[in-house]
Design a protein around this ligand. Sequence first.
Ligand code: URA
Length: 223
Amino acid sequence: MNPAQLRQYLEFYRDLGITEILVGQASLPVLSESETLLNIRQDIGDCTRCRLHEGRTRIVFGSGNPEAKLVFVGEGPGADEDAQGLPFVGRAGQLLTQMIDGTAKKEGIPMTRADMYICNVVKCRPPENRTPLPDEMETCGQFLSRQLLAIRPKAICALGSTAAKALLNTKDGVMRLRGKWHKWRDIPVIVTYHPSYLLRAYNQDAKREAWEDMKKVLHYVYD
Ligand code: URA
């Protein structure tokens, strides 16, 4: 295996949330637990199922703990995510990290972003960061469902109305949906503001509400 192949191989497993590989083991038992995520990523392949593939640099599958108690679902990759192949690594991602880590610390919950799994409704960056179109969400949605079924988290946090729409099949916006529990199949769902909205919002109420939502869902999965 040459260095470029090794890099590609390691990035592939990193995308699945695997951060340690035991060198020298004949088989990699750690992988069997994520077998389904692995299958899903393999199924996606070098996807051309919808028009979003035309503008993408990298597929952003998802990252984090494959056995997470909590999965965050965003809308779709932005420029930084497209370049790195990882979800929520730009400014919105930094805010999301602060929200998770800051709230957990304040609440005495021994969890950080690394304990969570994070993915998006669509895995390729929409042009000019536009909202994914219904057919794109439909095409990519099967992968999100399969990721959620593979992880089987205790709860899901939908970040923004696109994620809420994809998971809850609703047209309602975040303001209406937040503050109460919903369900994706049998898994409880909290809807909160997308971190990009919070970065723009002069509205202090939205920020306060987002922290409340985070507190609620973190306690639910930890307590
Ligand atoms: N916004 C999203 O919805 N997802 C990301 O991964 C980054 C920004």
